[in-house]
Design a protein around this ligand. Structure first.
Ligand SMILES: CC(C)(COP(=O)(O)OP(=O)(O)OC[C@H]1O[C@@H](n2cnc3c(N)ncnc32)[C@H](O)[C@@H]1OP(=O)(O)O)[C@@H](O)C(=O)NCCC(=O)NCCS
Length: 294
């Protein structure tokens, strides 16, 4: 964007939040805000995927990267055109600012021909079967025993109580098919050099029975889980990582629009192990939500 175009965009932004939105508010008693600075907060937070002051120094209209300001402007235009729900954008902004409590996890999330739900004891058998399948576990150090799988299933479901989100059980037409969802890594990973922090991360992952592969459950399930994590839980970024050689898992990350950040050696695997080299991907809430923003 040239300097003149950036200038014109900044002018559009100021007219939008100082004049057009406050004037339009008179005809929209359902809008949660009426003042220019409230419109600016909502649009800027949603364009940044979190409280805008965490990534931009004030004044935002002057310091915001032009592509982010462009997103904020198009969000505002979409609100004016009735294509975006200002109340939903406001809820997200207030959640990010911790001005609203996070709602408890829903019982499940519905997809087209499948659903995500909380774990059941009856999942133990099919989960143990998929974790004992050497083909499913070929990018893990080893398949798991039934006892290890049962302990893992309990630990995965406990995440919902501890964090308010977790890896969902995938319910296919034929029953339990594996899991997809988000969780906090159990121990810090050496990611400081790649993304500048090693704690406070949330990752997304998946593991499906072989009979469920190639049916889009991982990508479509992950989109449901991400939408829930970025809206209800107001997370601002989610990472994913896998062994370099795990092409199917990397393809899921790419289909989700995640950006590859770089490589690192997984500290849980010994030097020289073929699965030790890992790739890290990241996805910002703003980029995911922009998909349905304008
Ligand atoms: C990683 C894993 C979940 C990916 O499964 P997958 O079946 O390849 O991924 P999806 O369920 O999203 O399916 C995508 C495929 O389904 C196809 N598909 C069919 N219907 C679809 C639909 N409605 N929507 C999207 N994709 C669809 C896609 O075309 C795609 O196939 P392609 O990659 O050959 O083009 C699976 O390989 C697995 O469980 N691996 C073992 C465990 C593992 O490694 N986990 C990751 C550890 S980091």
């Amino acid at each position: 964007m040239s300097a003149a175009e950036a200038d014109a965009q900044q002018r559009r932004w100021r007219i939008l939040v100082d004049e057009r939105l406050p004037e339009a508010a008179a005809a929209h008693p359902d809008w949660p805000v009426t003042r220019n600075h409230c419109f600016a907060r909502i649009l800027l937070d949603n364009a940044c995927g979190g409280p805008w002051r965490e990534s931009v120094a004030p004044p935002a209209w002057a310091n915001m990267p032009p592509e982010r300001l462009a997103l904020a402007v198009s969000l505002g235009e979409a609100v004016l055109a009735g294509r975006q729900d200002l109340a939903a954008l406001n809820r997200r902004s207030l959640l990010w600012r911790r001005k609203r409590p996070v709602a408890p996890p829903p019982k499940g999330l519905s997809g087209d021909g499948f659903s995500l739900r909380r774990w059941r004891l009856a999942d133990d058998g099919p989960f143990a079967a998929l974790c004992a399948d050497p083909e499913v576990m070929r990018f893990f150090p080893a398949p798991k025993t039934a006892r290890e799988s049962q302990a893992e299933a309990r630990a995965l479901d406990r995440r919902f109580e501890e964090d308010g989100f977790g890896p969902w059980a995938v319910e296919a037409p034929e029953g339990f098919a594996g899991f997809v969802g988000c969780w906090r890594p159990a121990r810090p990973l050496p990611l400081g050099g790649l993304i500048g922090r090693e704690t406070g991360l949330v990752e997304i992952g998946w593991r499906l029975a072989r009979s469920a592969w190639g049916r889009g459950f991982a990508v479509r399930g992950a989109r449901l889980a991400l939408a829930d994590a970025f809206t209800r839980c107001a997370l601002t970024e989610i990472v994913a990582y896998t062994a370099d050689r795990n092409g199917p898992s990397r393809r899921v990350m790419e289909r989700l629009g995640m950006s590859e950040v770089g490589g690192f050696d997984h500290p849980g695997l010994p030097e020289g192990h073929s699965l030790r080299p890992h790739r890290l991907y990241r996805l910002a809430a703003a980029d995911f939500l922009a998909g349905d923003a304008v």
